[in-house]
Structures are given as structure tokens and as C-alpha cells.
Write a protein that binds this ligand. Structure first.
Ligand SMILES: Nc1nc2c(ncn2[C@@H]2O[C@H](COP(=O)(O)OP(=O)(O)OP(=O)(O)O)[C@@H](O)[C@H]2O)c(=O)[nH]1
Ligand SMILES: [Mg+2]
Length: 466
């Protein structure tokens, strides 16, 4: 496959991706991009993962055209290429407005599907949805995508046939109703999740979440750090690390948030793996994937996983796209450089430099980024390097309180102590005759409750003695 350039249309004789399945749908990729040379690698990978065989491409560097996004001349070239290659779909690397989608569809050979980037991603998601929350979120994202396009279709029909009434069209009303119902279902799921987070914190667990671009290595890292599966959703989520490391890196491997137990620097944590981010997804699509956003925002500590083996340009682009994931978090964010086994020491230094420059750029620009995003911790799930540094950094970042409590030794103190052990906050115990001295360390609210119970035990013992 030769690289596209600003003026080139090409028919691909072969692609550098795995050979497409025999039943793959032939498709032409089109992109309007400022990059020089235009880079269609990611859209081709997404297309291949969604079951398309890319048979050609058209790219252009210019301002957006209101009718086709591409300029008219370029759109006509696209039409000819689609006809010549018998493409059944045009995959557009960007978001098309409903009007642009229809105009392009009208121009292309009859029956050619127009699939822009958000729609392609929805198709990919459809293959991966594997839980009730993922299904609901996917449905909502799809309906939100469809609604403006349906309104456009209804308006177009009405323009052609004056007897039709675009207002109150039953298909539009139906989609609106389904959006409301999916939103209600998600509110419920999100309420359940919030309640579950409270229960887990009360039980002494720290909540740690992994966020980052799709394919960054989040799930593999989560499996590597995990003790066991706490409440995988789906229940049969793959736990075999060797198998995970051998998978080819399909985008959107993970669509459900999966939570596992992990002991991180001595802390008992619940580690939540989340859906990967992707460049060029419209805001409403991201909004639909609320359980991911909430798991990260409400965590005690979030890990931003960045693929260290990416080229600087890709690294910068992906960082921008995944940043919304770590905005407005309650807890600190720790940047992690994954797949460090794939880069040399020099390569790693160059990647860190590119990453930190990108963070500094973001800081100066639209997104307020804190200093904590600098100095990523390099790790490898493959050779396990850096994992100790990472778990130590997480333990340091978690909310921590310490207390030393003296209690009179007895049944009440033992009950309080056992309560504290169950929640993982007992650092040391020292028995001295009638008294027991307990060093507590861990989640502040749990330490406070343990202290109350232990000193309560003192009080009750004293009361009992009178
Ligand atoms: N060399 C190397 N490859 C890794 C490492 N960690 C993950 N990978 C590979 O990177 C690819 C993506 O890994 P995943 O863990 O599925 O990535 P993810 O971020 O969960 O991806 P999504 O679920 O799609 O968002 C897989 O092919 C892994 O085998 C690592 O430490 N070293
Ligand atoms: Mg994953």
C-alpha cells in the first residue's frame, strides 16, 4: 500500500493489514486532513476491524466544504473511485453532518453506504457490547447519532412531498422516546454503581480506575496487577494474561467496565478497567459511555495509560482524545507509559519528551492540566518492569490517614480489631498487659471508624469497671 498524498486517489492492490475475510465489504476510505502526508492508518485499522476491505482511498487537504465536507471536485473523484472499485461503502474519516451524509449519498453510486467515523465506531461497539450497561450505552449512542439524521431524512421527504408533515413524524417521536427510556435505564445503572462504590469504600477498598486511548494496554495491565476477579462483568471476562497478550490488538476490546481486586503497595484496591477513548468521537457518543467516565471521575486514583511505543504524533493525538477521561476527577491522576518493553531506553526518553511537550501544550491551550500529568511511570505488562514503582505511586496517591490507638484488651477491643483487620487498616498491634496498642493506616473514613470502635471499647471497658 503506498501512502496517500494530498491529491492522490488510489486503488489498493493490496493492504498491509491482515488479509480481509472473504466476506469483508469492499470500501473506499475518504479523508480531509491537515496532516502532511495524510495518515489514514487508524481509519483503515478501524475499518478492517469492523469487517471492511479497504479497496481505495481519497484524501484532500482543504477547508471543510458545507455540502460534502470534501470539495465538490474531490467528492466527484470519490464517486468515480467508488464506481470503479465496486465499493459498497465509503468510510469517511471524520464526522459528517446529516446534510453532508445525504448529499454524499446522492452523489455516490446507488446503494453505496456512507459511513463516517462515529458510525464506524458504533458498528465496532456493536460487536463488543457484552453487558447490560454496555448494551444500554451503545443503544443510547446509536439513537443519539440517528436522531438528527432521521430528522434530516424526514425534512427531505417533506420537501419533496407537500402532503407530508415533518413535525410530529412518528419515527422521530419513536426515537426520542427510546432515547428517554435508555437515559432512564442508564440513570438507574449509574445510581447502582454509585451505591456500589460507597459500599466498597466502606468495606475498606480503594477504588482505582484505568483510563486511556483504545489499545493502550489498559486491560492487560489491569489483569497483570489483579489478585483475582472481584466482579467481572461479564462474568466470563478473559482472565488469562497469556491469551490477552497474544491478541492482535483489535480496537475496543473492552466495552464493559470490569473490576478486579488488586493489592497495590499494601492497599486493598478494586481496579476498574474501562472503555478506550478514540479520536474524532462526537461529544454525545462519549456522553453515552457514562459508566466509564464515572468510574474514572469518581475513583480515588485514576491511571492514565499511554502507549509508549507510539510515534510522537500519534502519542500527542491520542493524549488529546483521552484527556476528557481524566478531566474533573475527584482523585489524583497518575500517568503510566505502557508497553515499555517495545521501546529502547532512547526511544522511551523520546516518547516521554514528546508526551511532556504535549501535556505542556494542553496546559497552555484549552484544557487545564495539572502538573501531576508530567513524569509518566514506564511499565510493561509483558516483562513486569516498572510495576513495583507504579503500585508504590498508587499507594502514595491514595487518601491515607494514620492513627495510634490504645484500647483495654478485651472482647470489645478484639471485635473492633477484627473489624479493622477485615477492612485492611491494621498496620501493627502491640499487647502490653491489659492494654493493646493498634497502629491504623488506610482509608481515612475507615481509620476514623476503627478508631471510634477501639476507643469505644476503652470507654465501655472503663464503664464496665465502675
Ligand atoms: N509488548 C507489549 N504489548 C502489550 C503490553 N500490554 C498490552 N499489550 C498489547 O497491546 C494490545 C492492546 O492491549 P489491551 O490491554 O487490550 O488494550 P486496552 O487499552 O484494554 O484496549 P481497549 O479495551 O480496546 O481500549 C494487545 O495486543 C496487547 O497484547 C505490554 O506490556 N507489552
Ligand atoms: Mg481493554
Amino acid at each position: 500500500m503506498s501512502r496517500d498524498d494530498a491529491t492522490m486517489n488510489e486503488r489498493d492492490e493490496s493492504t498491509d493489514l491482515d488479509s480481509p475475510a472473504a466476506d469483508a465489504t469492499p470500501a473506499v476510505v475518504a479523508a480531509r486532513t491537515a496532516d502532511e502526508p495524510p495518515d489514514t492508518t487508524e481509519i483503515r485499522e478501524l475499518a478492517a476491524a469492523a469487517g471492511y476491505a479497504v479497496v481505495g482511498s481519497v484524501t484532500q487537504r482543504r477547508e471543510e466544504d458545507p455540502t460534502y465536507d470534501l470539495g465538490r471536485g474531490k467528492a466527484e473523484e470519490l464517486m468515480r473511485l467508488a464506481a470503479d472499485t465496486d465499493a459498497e461503502a465509503v468510510i469517511y474519516d471524520g464526522s459528517l453532518s446529516p446534510g453532508q451524509t445525504f448529499s454524499l449519498g446522492d452523489l455516490l453510486p446507488t446503494g453505496t453506504a456512507v459511513i463516517d467515523r462515529p458510525r464506524l465506531v458504533l458498528e465496532l461497539f456493536a460487536d463488543a457490547a457484552d453487558s447490560r450497561a454496555a448494551d444500554r450505552q451503545l443503544e443510547l449512542a446509536r439513537l443519539r447519532y440517528e436522531l438528527p439524521r432521521l430528522r434530516e431524512a424526514v425534512a427531505r421527504d417533506a420537501a419533496e412531498d407537500v402532503r407530508l408533515q415533518p413535525e410530529g413524524d412518528s419515527r422521530v417521536l419513536d426515537v426520542e422516546k427510546r432515547i428517554e427510556s435508555a437515559e432512564r435505564a442508564l440513570d438507574e445503572i449509574s445510581g447502582d454503581r454509585a451505591a456500589r462504590r460507597t459500599e466498597r469504600r466502606d468495606a475498606g477498598f480503594d477504588l482505582v480506575a484505568l483510563a486511556g486511548y483504545t489499545n493502550a494496554g489498559k486491560s492487560t495491565l489491569a489483569r497483570r496487577l489483579a489478585d483475582d476477579v472481584a466482579d467481572a462483568e461479564p462474568e466470563d471476562a478473559p482472565t488469562d494474561l497469556a491469551a490477552a497478550l497474544s491478541v492482535g490488538g483489535r480496537p475496543f476490546e473492552t466495552l464493559s467496565t470490569t473490576t478486579r481486586r488488586a493489592t497495590l503497595g499494601g492497599r486493598r484496591a478494586l481496579l476498574t478497567d474501562t472503555v478506550g477513548f478514540l479520536d474524532g468521537l462526537p461529544h454525545e457518543s462519549l456522553r453515552s459511555f457514562r459508566t466509564t467516565t464515572e468510574a474514572v471521575r469518581r475513583a480515588d486514583c485514576a491511571l492514565l495509560v499511554v502507549d509508549a511505543s507510539d510515534e510522537p504524533d500519534a502519542l500527542r493525538r491520542k493524549l488529546r482524545a483521552s484527556l476528557t477521561a481524566v478531566e474533573a476527577t475527584d482523585g489524583p491522576v497518575i500517568p503510566v507509559f505502557s508497553k515499555s518493553d517495545e521501546v529502547s531506553a532512547d526511544g522511551l526518553a523520546a516518547a516521554v519528551e514528546a508526551y511532556e511537550a504535549a501535556v505542556a501544550e494542553l496546559d497552555a491551550g484549552d484544557a487545564p492540566v495539572v502538573d501531576s500529568l508530567l513524569s509518566p511511570i514506564p511499565v510493561s505488562a509483558r516483562d513486569e518492569s516498572g510495576l513495583a514503582d507504579l503500585t508504590e505511586a498508587v499507594a502514595d496517591a491514595l487518601p491515607t490517614a494514620t492513627a495510634t490507638v490504645e484500647a483495654s484488651n478485651g472482647g470489645d477491643a478484639q471485635a473492633a480489631l477484627s473489624w479493622a483487620y477485615d477492612r485492611g487498616v491494621v498496620a501493627a498491634v502491640d499487647y502490653d498487659g491489659e492494654t493493646v496498642t493498634v497502629d491504623l493506616a488506610g482509608r481515612p473514613e475507615v481509620v476514623a471508624e476503627a478508631e471510634r470502635r477501639l476507643t469505644g471499647a476503652v470507654g465501655e471497658a472503663a464503664d464496665g469497671g465502675e
